[in-house]
Ligand binder design. Structure first.
Ligand code: UPG
Ligand code: MN
Length: 748
């Protein structure tokens, strides 16, 4: 019986057929190449606009090649947790460390973190094999208080979930779902349910009470360590909130709170710094071979997810080459038709599934199961064979830092010998853990440079993943049903833009840095097509630069009455491109059941986002690379929006404007194009003997204005729906400068 299905793989990879799409995608590439060759060989003028258009279109073509390559051979993985259960007795399941990061109790209300932690504690996995570590970069007694209260609630919540096979184990979601209390449920269950709900409401109330006040509570007893602390200046605080003392199968997992030391003179490296501290502290206490990391808002939606991920990581065939298993980010309560383009449904289908068919998806920063050894910098072939050299004490100290206890634990982890926790007691654990969480611990070690979460980019996830894949590791997607994790997408246009800007900036830094896919392909073991697919990510900011150039060029042409598009028969190339591309993407949306509105919102947001957030991100990366100013990790606001994020609210998808440079750029683009159209319709274009501006330029300019429709409405709306006057003024000045520049350059 126990031997049943021994030779069957724990997971399978299935390639998805997409012949029709390949044909259309290739056709688009051919048209792009045609346009480029038309530019090269037409007897038309080789003016500056033509040259610039050629550069931009070459870039677009390259981007399309990247996308085509990524989409070419998509794959999905299918996991078989029942086979794993048959093969490995529960007592031999490997430990898994659960790492959670939170950084600001205002933008990330403690109740959100609490829900994520509760869902982790209630995972369907032996509780004595789980340990949850929460890093709080906000050093907030409120977060700590909330976790302590949550741990009391967990003693009832976890057994309740397991007994009743609850699916969604984040209580705020569970209780908001009316379907959880159905009429056919037994009386006993109903009573329990009500009791649980009562307790949860109680917990929320307690947390709300303290978060509402300016001086929340007396900082004494357990909380005394938080007195006189400042977010940017405080010693390490470590608290063991729950400890599974008797190694009990049905107890609760360990729960540990960590706020690493911060000092103004030390750069704390944002989330990457926090993750490295979490890795070390968990290494000291439980040293699990596998690590799950989630952001504070990403709760477990499928309680069996650990088993699914282990199917991949523990598969005896291909599993050994897999460094991490990535569950795609999905969101709850997404606004209908994705007005801000931040739900990424089609990206998952096209890009991530595409990468899964190559060397594997990129690491997305959250919802990922890692092999501790890969985080520690091991190569895949070192897992089984020679790694003696790496285990020598001196080398380990140079790489991992000087904590004796940590060296011991890392040698164990690298040696693959014992997954057993160290002979560490709560008392010496705190001491050792404090040492590895202090600011100067990483000084002169490899942390953040060659191993662990890498520093230097505010999109730390991408270089971290690339650094692992360049060593020859693969990664896999895990897409169980129901979805593994769900989190909250940014609720408004501003937070979406700021997130995009951060990504663009961080990714541009990666592109020009030593962890770019190019170096991975040239000097590492990143496979060629996989490396090419990673450009889709790292070029995020550069795309902004080229698109802004192109859009400015269009306006320039209309204002100065010149052209970049072919005339006559040649004009059919860009027109065919435009039509085929749009029909093709629309079909892609419709086939997976998304609406036309969803498609249009995404098309529009792609233009808006690329020309504003990505472009600004690119500029900020340039400032960073040239050493002028550093870029800051601006945390995404996770407060539930007051206007109701339920998607039914009429206001939920509307653009609300505030003062911010991202809106200045967008408004400028809109004003410039409106001015250009006005000049054209009023007949104010200069006349000259050259080749004047034609239909192509006008249609494109109109398309830009249509994309920017929400901004156009914002120009005339009031209150939060209106673009602030100061932003309009700044944009108007910029637009005037641009128009003046064009007029003074008129080619006559
Ligand atoms: O100094 C910091 C800043 C952030 N965080 C945590 O980092 C996570 C991600 O921050 P968030 O503001 O939610 O950013 P997102 O844009 O939603 O995050 C995406 O992009 C990030 C990289 O830019 C990745 O790290 C994330 O995993 C990925 O979900 C959160 O848990 C934060 O608490 C820290 O721990 N310390
Ligand atoms: Mn997030």
């Amino acid at each position: 019986m126990a031997n049943q299905g021994h030779d069957l793989p724990l997971y399978e990879k299935i390639w998805v057929k997409r012949k029709f799409q390949r044909v259309i995608d290739t056709l688009i590439l051919v048209l792009l190449l045609l346009l480029l060759s038309y530019r090269l060989f037409s007897s038309n003028n080789f003016t500056f606009p033509w040259f610039l258009a050629f550069i931009c279109e070459s870039w677009f073509t390259f981007t399309w090649i990247v996308i085509l390559n990524t989409k070419w051979s998509p794959a999905v993985t299918i996991t078989h947790p029942n086979r794993l259960l048959l093969r490995v007795p529960e007592s031999e399941f490997p430990p898994v460390d659960l790492l959670v990061t939170t950084a600001d109790h205002v933008l990330e209300p403690p109740i959100i973190t609490v829900n994520t932690v509760l869902s982790l504690l209630a995972l369907d996995y032996p509780t004595n094999k789980l340990a949850c570590y929460v890093s709080d970069d906000g050093c907030s007694p409120l977060t700590f208080y909330a976790l302590v209260e949550a741990s009391k609630f967990a003693k009832f919540w976890v057994p309740f979930c397991k007994k009743n096979c609850v699916q969604v184990r984040a209580p705020f979601r569970y209780f908001s779902d009316i379907a959880t209390n159905k009429s056919e449920d037994s009386l006993e269950f109903k009573q329990e349910w009500l009791q649980m709900k009562d307790m949860y409401d109680n917990l929320c109330q307690k947390i709300e009470e303290v978060t509402g006040k300016t001086i929340p509570f007396q900082l004494d007893g357990e909380f005394a360590v938080f007195s006189n602390t400042d977010q940017r200046n405080h010693p390490t605080i470590i608290k063991v909130i729950l400890e599974n003392m008797g190694d009990l199968l049905d107890g609760l997992p360990h729960l540990i709170y960590i706020s690493r030391e911060k000092r103004p003179q030390y750069h704390h490296n944002y989330k990457a710094g926090a993750m490295n501290v979490l890795t070390r502290v968990s290494g000291l206490m439980t040293n699990a071979p596998f690590i799950l990391n989630v952001d504070c808002d990403m709760f477990v939606n499928n309680p069996k997810i650990v088993l699914h991920a282990l199917c991949i990581l523990m598969d005896s065939q291909r599993g050994k080459e897999v460094a991490f298993v990535q569950c795609f980010q999905q969101f709850y309560d997404g606004i209908k038709d994705d007005p801000f383009g931040n739900q990424w449904m089609i990206t998952f289908k096209n890009i991530i599934m595409g990468m899964a068919g190559l060397q594997g998806p990129f690491y997305g920063g959250t919802n990922a199961f890692h092999r501790r050894n890969a985080i520690y910098g091991l190569y895949p072939d070192e897992i089984e064979s020679e790694r003696k050299g790496k285990l020598e004490g001196k080398i380990l100290i140079e790489k991992f830092g000087s904590s004796k206890e940590f060296i011991k634990s890392s040698a164990q982890a690298l040696g693959g010998s014992a997954f057993s926790a160290n002979d560490i007691t709560t008392f010496n654990f705190i001491e050792a853990a404090t040492q590895v969480s202090n600011c100067e611990y990483e000084y002169d070690t490899c942390w953040g440079k060659q191993m662990g979460w890498l520093y230097g980019s505010i999109s730390e996830d991408v270089p971290t993943g690339l650094n692992i894949q360049r060593k020859g590791w693969r990664s896999e997607c895990c897409t169980p049903d129901p979805i593994a994790f769900t989190g909250c997408a940014p609720g408004g246009i501003l937070s979406t833009m700021l997130q995009q800007k951060r990504w663009a900036s961080g990714l541009t830094v990666v592109f020009f840095g030593k962890h770019s896919p190019i170096t991975g392909m040239l000097f590492g073991k990143t496979q060629f097509r996989a490396g090419l697919s990673f450009f889709w990510l790292t070029n995020w900011g550069l795309r902004g630069l080229f698109l802004v150039c192109y859009i400015a060029l269009l306006a320039f042409c209309i204002i100065t009455n010149t052209n970049i598009f072919p005339k006559g028969l040649g004009l059919w190339i860009p027109i065919a491109l435009f039509v085929i591309y749009n029909v093709h993407t629309l079909l892609e949306y419709l086939t997976i059941g998304l609406s036309i509105r969803h498609w249009w919102n995404n098309q529009r947001m792609c233009i808006i986002r690329t020309t504003t957030a990505s472009f600004l991100g690119f500029l900020s990366a340039m400032l960073k690379l040239s050493g002028i100013s550093d870029s800051v990790f601006e945390i995404t606001d996770k407060k539930p929006s007051t206007s109701g994020a339920d998607g039914n609210n009429a206001d939920a998808g509307r653009f609300t404007f505030e003062e911010s440079p991202v809106f200045v750029i967008g408004t400028t683009i809109l004003l410039v194009h409106m001015t250009a159209m006005l000049i054209k319709f009023l007949g104010l274009q200069p006349t000259h003997s050259g080749n004047g501006c034609g239909l192509g330029e006008s249609i494109s300019s109109m398309y830009v204005i249509v994309c920017y429709w929400p901004y156009l409405k914002g120009l005339f709306a009031r209150g939060k729906y209106g673009i602030p006057l100061s932003t309009i003024c700044k944009s108007a000045v910029l637009a005037l400068v641009f128009v003046h520049f064009c007029r003074s350059n008129v080619i006559s």
